[in-house]
Design a protein around this ligand. Structure first.
Ligand SMILES: Nc1ncnc2c1ncn2[C@@H]1O[C@H](COP(=O)(O)OP(=O)(O)OP(=O)(O)O)[C@@H](O)[C@H]1O
Ligand SMILES: [Mg+2]
Length: 385
């Protein structure tokens, strides 16, 4: 589809009764460049008539200023042609007059259509550029709205799925409590729990671009991370280690941060053998952001999978992941939460373990108060000879 470039809409006033002072002011403001140029062109026309010997200077000034003006205002074809014809007349008539009076050679007339041709070339290039820009803008708008519809679809579909899954789960749990012991019952319940978890994660991802995704507040980093660590160290038999933690305040959504850390620690448990070491720690990275890290001594992520590990449904080792019950949404959520806070995620991995880090801005380290120096300080003592 060809894009058309619109001149500021003067037609809006046509057929509208009567032009008020503020309308006139708005029009003047909109067309101030055009009006300035028109005044300049008329002044040049007068100069051509008054000083015929210097006629070439105002002639070229008129065309150069028109080309400059067109760089700021790309008019539609109609007004462009009107301006072109008017400028041709304005700059051509004094030339014709001088040729007829014998003051100028006939060949000099050629410069008038040549300048018009030069201007048309500029017009053509400018319009091509504006058209391309408009097409690019339309495409990006289409893509944005497509993405928005997809997100809405995922959100609505997940929402609709959640109710029947919850009901089916409830009924099966009731059958199980009343003595139903068939292994198939447990399998069905497991699968429903899995579907429920997937729906929950899809819902988080579907809302990640919305304005109210985060409820930010200030938290104390150290006790927050200690609490997360305590809860996890009790659920899985691993060699849990709490590394160094930063002391200070972080502006963050605590619920979302907990979700992200849960996903990282869940992975650390899922992808490590029993009794392997898992460490939670924090430090300030090179850019001053707070980096919360989860290091494990697990199987590691294969190098070829590292690039897309934070994508949705990305699984590094499909067989192992399936047996661990993963679908590939945990790290996508971690990434969305980090980006929502203006941060990012990183991963380092070897076949002997991985370190996932959540880099978050808006961290204010606590001010460390130095102990008051003793009255008779620690410095070198003075001695008198
Ligand atoms: N600590 C880790 N060690 C080794 N591989 C990991 C680790 N964390 C993630 N992975 C790999 O990255 C993949 C993506 O992880 P992610 O958390 O996104 O999904 P998942 O664990 O498979 O499923 P989900 O978290 O949605 O239940 C995993 O399938 C796994 O292959
Ligand atoms: Mg996971």
């Amino acid at each position: 589809m060809r894009a058309t470039v619109r001149l500021p809409d003067a037609g809006a006033w046509v057929g509208r009764a009567p032009l008020t002072v503020s309308d006139a002011r708005t029009l003047l403001r909109r067309y101030r460049l055009e009006l300035l140029w028109a005044a300049f062109a008329v002044a040049n026309y007068a100069a051509m008539l008054v000083w015929p010997d210097w006629g070439t200077v105002p002639f070229y000034l008129t065309w150069i200023s028109l080309t400059l003006l067109y760089g700021f205002r790309v008019w539609p074809v109609g007004p462009t042609l009107v301006v072109l014809v008017a400028t041709l007349a304005l700059t051509g008539l004094p030339h014709i007059d001088q040729v007829l009076d014998g003051q100028q050679a006939t060949e000099k007339l050629a410069r008038v259509p040549l300048m018009a041709l030069l201007f048309l070339t500029v017009v053509w290039h400018a319009r091509r550029r504006v058209d391309a820009l408009q097409i690019a803008e339309e495409r990006s708008e289409q893509r944005r709205s497509l993405l928005e519809r997809q997100e809405r679809f995922i959100h609505d579909a997940s929402h609709e799925l959640r109710t029947p899954v919850t009901i089916a789960r409830g009924h099966l749990e009731l059958v199980s409590v009343r003595g139903g012991e068939a292994a198939e019952l447990e399998v069905a319940l497991d699968e429903l729990r899995r579907i429920d978890a997937i729906i929950g994660r899809l819902l988080v991802l579907a809302t990640a671009d919305q304005a109210n995704f985060l409820q930010v507040e200030e938290i104390d980093v150290e006790p927050f991370l200690e609490d997360v660590f305590m809860r996890w160290s009790e659920v899985a038999p691993r060699a849990w280690r709490l590394g160094t933690l930063n002391v200070g305040r972080l502006r963050v959504d605590p619920e979302r941060l907990r979700t992200a850390l849960d996903a990282l620690l869940e992975n650390a448990v899922k992808y490590t053998p029993e009794h392997a070491a898992i460490e939670l720690r924090s430090r300030r990275d090179r850019t001053g952001q707070l980096s919360i890290e989860v290091e494990d001594e697990g199987f590691g992520v294969p190098a070829e999978a590292l690039d897309r590990i934070f994508d949705r449904f990305a699984r590094a080792d499909a067989a192992r992941t399936r047996s661990a019950g993963g679908v590939g949404l945990g790290l996508a959520i971690v990434d969305a939460i980090a980006k929502g806070h203006g941060g990012h995620c990183t991963v380092r991995s070897t076949p002997h373990g991985s370190t996932f880090a959540l880099h978050l801005p808006h961290f204010a380290p606590a001010v460390v108060r130095l102990e008051e120096p003793p009255l008779f300080g620690y410095g070198p003592s003075c001695s008198s000879a």
